[in-house]
Design a protein around this ligand. Structure first.
Ligand code: HEC
Length: 168
């Protein structure tokens, strides 16, 4: 058998396997969790490194306790990015009420930011949010995100009524 024939017969065996693996990965149930996220790496990125976020329903009441301990001094008690430390940062940390671009992100994306932290370079200056993985449990991170969503919602209702800024 010549070498090229061997390659062809090997392809006949492996091609269906590769196609099947490709199809099953693109239809997997985890796909839903990644909705709205940018594709993980290039198309050559190893599948094992694809971060898969398992969604958990957060409890805003428990999340509030976490928020008032760890987040309020930057993001502000009502989420306007105006906590005592946040005020000193330029630009201020995410404003959960008025920053529609940030709050338009999916839960999976915001959870990933809370977990891994954020570093953003702005005109030579960098502003960072610490990574909360290791400080907060996974459940606490989902709870605090649920509370952030609640603050965001409440703040927007207040803003609509022209009461902006009164909820600090
Ligand atoms: C040291 C100040 C600081 C603390 C404390 C802090 N953050 Fe942040 N946070 C930031 C900064 C800075 C950003 C980036 C702001 C931006 O991109 O507009 C940010 C961004 C975010 C975002 C938006 C991420 C995104 O993908 O755009 C979320 C959600 C968030 N923080 C949640 C939290 C939660 C929850 C806590 C408490 C567990 C917390 N932060 C504590 C400074 C802080």
């Amino acid at each position: 058998m010549t070498q090229s024939r061997m390659v062809i017969s090997a392809m006949k065996i492996f091609l269906p396997v590769i196609i099947a693996a490709f199809l099953s990965s693109s239809c997997s149930t985890e796909r839903k969790d990644r909705e709205g996220l940018p594709p993980a790496g290039g198309k050559d990125a190893p599948l094992a490194q694809t971060p898969v976020v398992k969604q958990m329903p957060g409890d805003p009441a428990s999340g509030r306790l976490v928020y008032e301990k760890h987040c309020h001094y930057c993001h502000g008690k009502s989420g306007y990015g105006d906590g005592p430390v946040g005020i000193a940062l330029t630009p201020h940390p995410a404003n959960f009420v008025e920053n529609t671009k940030t709050m338009g992100k999916s839960d999976a994306e915001l959870f990933a930011s809370i977990t891994e932290g954020v570093r953003r370079e702005i005109g030579g200056e960098a502003m960072t949010m610490p990574r909360w993985k290791g400080i907060l449990s996974e459940k606490e991170r989902w709870d605090v995100l649920a509370y952030v969503r609640k603050l965001s919602q409440e703040g927007r209702v207040k803003n609509k009524r022209g009461l902006a800024g009164d909820g600090k």
